[in-house]
Design a protein around this ligand. Structure first.
Ligand code: PMP
Length: 375
């Protein structure tokens, strides 16, 4: 048991782990149309027409039977798209589940721990706590770039690297990932590529060359299927087998029949998704320039979101004032990033609504300052 759990009070019938753990907080999910929803990095465009067709063709009678336990048909489709064999693919109920299963599969509770950045996907420390995996946390550089040299120096069992990183959006070229992976032959490097399609620099092509590389991807972002819950890992057969071993200790059927059918249809719709991704990337560049023009600091993003802060504007206040104007973004009251808000790239109209709300906020703030100065 770690220190955090030891210090927590006991609750009747509840394990010390459940009583003591701090769970991940997902972004607010609002389905009313009152808000411009730019807070959970969903894709603003609908899934491919092939997905709608697959749903229409889906026979509800099929739901009487359990789904394929290992998602063989879907894994075959993903494998073909990734240029690997089915045995190199593991599917889970969202990439969150794949990442969670990586803990018991690749990290020992009494081992040297999982190494990750201080500013990265905030689910990683939660997964570690749940599985009692020690955490080796390496600070990002001042400019939020990842210091792979410092990662290499960490005494750990393996690494978790989000590329592009969240919530900064910054990316590392695959050549640097490969150099790092080959310098760390005795440690597993898990690259979380949830946002990779908006960068186009996947390390998955290194599978086959590197036995210590596992790439994790999702259908939630570039495939516009956050609602279906599917993610997958690409890696050496030995790593994939380990994931199956832990999955089969946990849930035989993590992917339901609808999910397997829909995702298999989505994998085939390459051109449609490439076009959507292109639109998101173009909007990302437009919005980034517009924010910088307004005096915001915005690290270069390779993802479908921007991380933005403006001197003199408190991040929490910005989040709240945007919310008051009907725009949802994400804010973390955490060290080093409390000034920032993370803004998902929306449609051009949604991004314009954000800029309009920001202009209103900046104008009001300037007027307040002028009033104060005049007193
Ligand atoms: N990795 C990162 C870096 C993410 O931001 C997210 C989305 N919150 C995930 C993984 C998980 O995505 P999903 O479970 O929807 O596949």
């Amino acid at each position: 048991m770690n220190e955090e759990n030891k210090n927590k009070r006991t609750l009747p019938f509840v394990s010390r782990l459940a009583a003591g753990i701090t769970p991940y907080t997902a972004g607010e999910q609002r389905n009313d149309r009152k808000y411009v929803k730019l807070n959970t990095n969903e894709n603003p465009y609908p899934p491919a027409p092939a997905v709608a067709e697959a749903l229409q063709r889906f026979d509800p009678a099929a739901l009487r039977l359990y789904p394929a336990p290992d998602a063989d048909g879907l894994r075959e489709k993903i494998a073909a798209a990734e240029g690997v064999a089915k045995e190199n693919i593991f599917c889970g109920n969202g990439s969150d589940e794949v990442l969670a299963l990586c803990m018991p599969a690749f990290f020992d509770p009494d081992g040297k721990g999982a190494c990750f950045a201080d500013i990265t996907y905030s689910f990683y420390p939660v997964f570690c706590s749940l599985y009692s995996v020690p955490q080796k946390i390496v600070p990002l550089r001042e400019d939020f770039s990842l210091d792979l040299g410092a990662f290499a120096a960490a005494d750990c069992q393996g690494y978790l690297i989000a590329n592009p990183n969240a919530p900064t959006g910054m990316g590392i070229p695959k050549e640097e990932i490969f150099a790092f992976v080959s310098s760390q032959k005795d440690r597993l490097v898990i690259v979380d590529e949830a946002y990779m399609d908006f960068y186009g620099c996947s390390a998955a092509e290194g599978i086959g060359r590197y036995k210590n590389l596992l790439v994790v991807k999702t259908f939630s972002k570039s495939y516009s299927l956050a609602g279906i819950r599917c993610g997958y890992a690409v890696g050496d057969k030995g790593l994939i087998d380990a994931l199956f071993r832990v999955k089969d200790c946990f849930n035989s059927y993590p992917l339901d029949r609808v999910c397997q059918t829909v995702c298999a249809a989505a994998v085939g719709a390459r051109e449609y998704y490439a076009a959507c991704t292109k639109k998101v990337v173009a909007e990302r560049e437009r919005l980034c320039a517009a924010l910088r023009e307004r005096g915001f600091t915005v690290p270069e993003s390779k993802a479908n979101f921007l991380f933005a802060a403006k001197k003199g504007l408190d991040g929490g206040t910005l989040y709240q004032t945007l919310r008051d104007r009907g725009v949802l973004v994400r804010h973390w009251d955490a060290p080093k990033i409390a000034d920032f808000c993370r803004i998902t790239i929306g449609t051009p109209a949604q991004n314009d609504a954000l800029l309009c709300a920001l202009d209103d906020i900046l104008r009001t703030a300037a007027e307040d300052r002028a009033r104060h100065a005049a007193r």
